[in-house]
Design a protein around this ligand. Structure first.
Ligand SMILES: [Zn+2]
Length: 89
């Protein structure tokens, strides 16, 4: 039996995808949003496709803000953008 891969929903396109295909943003216990590169940080998480299209959509719609109920600072988007440009390449 292959190990079952957990599935999460992208906040931008609302599609369900396997976790490795998604980037995780976490609201830390301190109430700050951070890009969770390793997917291991504690806190409430939101997921987004590793694609610049979904990222730009999330920026415009503020989907991550709404999912995590806090302000997403530009440095979080910068970190995501850098990661996704790598994935798109
Ligand atoms: Zn998506």
């Amino acid at each position: 039996m292959p190990k079952k891969v957990p599935v999460r929903q992208c906040v931008a396109c609302r599609e369900h995808k396997e976790k490795p295909l998604l980037a995780r943003v976490v609201r830390t216990p301190e109430g700050k949003a951070v890009y969770d590169a390793r997917g291991k940080l504690p806190g409430k998480g939101a997921y987004i496709c590793r694609s610049t299209a979904c990222l730009e959509r999330a920026v415009k719609s503020r989907a991550l803000n709404r999912a995590l109920e806090i302000e997403i600072t530009p440095d979080v988007y910068d970190a995501l953008r850098a990661q996704m440009e790598e994935s798109d390449a």
